[in-house]
Design a protein around this ligand. Structure first.
Ligand code: HEM
Length: 157
């Protein structure tokens, strides 16, 4: 396998890790929060934060690095419409994801510090709504990037 195909394999594997972990942890977190069980929330919040560090963070870095590298090898100018659109969307996705990381850490902290049998404070539910709300533009952005990567449409800026 030549360098280009190897890089593309890493790029695609990393994209599945990014999208799959995001969707998986979002589903898991949302379902745990729906149970109303403090113990379930504690365990899942901890795992969601861990999964983000272990899988999503490396993928977030690998994605643009391999992407720009691929573009250079293949001779796609970084000013091509589809690449500019992808990079702008990637920044938007990142702008949604970074606060989500902090929100998750704070939700974990609140759930860990709430004594058994006590209700979670309203702040927990406010954060949970932000966490859920920011996920939508992030996922939509990633889906559009997938399309841009595959279709490489002519886009004039
Ligand atoms: C952020 C900066 C990114 C840049 C500069 C970039 C660049 C590229 C380039 C140059 C290719 C090679 C296309 C080819 O060989 O035909 C590619 C392929 C691909 N990229 Fe990206 N990419 C980026 C982000 C992403 C993201 C965020 C995803 C999805 C989460 C993604 C998913 C894919 C997929 C699935 C392919 C394979 C498409 C194909 O072979 O037709 N990329 N990317």
């Amino acid at each position: 396998m030549d360098e280009y195909l190897f890089l593309k394999l890493i790029h695609i594997l990393s994209s599945t890790l990014l999208f799959g972990t995001g969707l998986g942890t979002a589903f898991h977190g949302w379902m745990a929060n729906r149970t109303g069980s403090l113990a379930a929330r504690r365990v899942v919040n901890r795992n969601v934060v861990l999964a983000d560090w272990l899988f999503t963070t490396p993928a977030v870095i690998v994605q643009p690095v391999t992407g720009v590298w691929l573009a250079q090898i293949a001779g796609f100018p970084l000013s091509s419409g589809w690449l500019v659109a992808a990079m702008l969307l990637y920044v938007l996705v990142g702008a949604c994801w970074v606060p989500v990381v902090f929100i998750q850490v704070e939700m974990r902290r609140i759930a860990d510090r709430t004594p058994d049998g006590e209700a979670l404070p309203p702040r927990y539910f406010r954060l949970s709504r932000w966490w859920f709300g920011l996920g939508w533009p992030a996922f939509t952005g990633v889906l559009i990037i997938y399309w841009l990567m595959v279709a490489k449409p002519e886009i004039a800026f």
